[in-house]
Design a protein around this ligand. Structure first.
Ligand SMILES: [Zn+2]
Length: 78
C-alpha cells in the first residue's frame, strides 16, 4: 500500500484523471482504507469549491490564512 504522503501527492493528478492504471489501483486502494486521507481529500474539495466561488480579485489574507489552517488541521497525520 502506498503511503499517505504519496497519496497526497497523487490527489491532484487523480482528480484530473492523469494517473496510470497502476497508480489508480494503488491510490484507490489507499483511499478506500485510509480515513485521514479521505478527510484530507474532502477538505481539498471543499477548499477548491470555496475558492471557485470567490471573485477574481485576490482573496483577503485573513481568508487565505484560515483556509491554510483548516487544510493543515485536516491533513494526513502519517
Ligand atoms: Zn492515507
Amino acid at each position: 500500500m502506498i503511503t499517505c504522503r504519496t497519496a497526497t501527492e497523487l490527489h491532484t493528478r487523480a482528480a484530473e484523471g492523469a494517473l496510470t492504471r497502476v497508480e489508480t489501483v494503488r491510490y484507490r486502494g489507499h483511499m478506500a482504507l485510509c480515513g485521514p486521507c479521505q478527510r484530507y481529500r474532502a477538505q481539498l474539495g471543499l477548499t477548491q469549491g470555496v475558492l471557485r466561488c470567490l471573485p477574481e480579485e485576490t482573496p483577503p489574507d485573513a481568508l487565505l490564512d484560515r483556509l491554510a489552517e483548516v487544510v493543515d488541521e485536516v491533513g494526513p497525520a502519517r
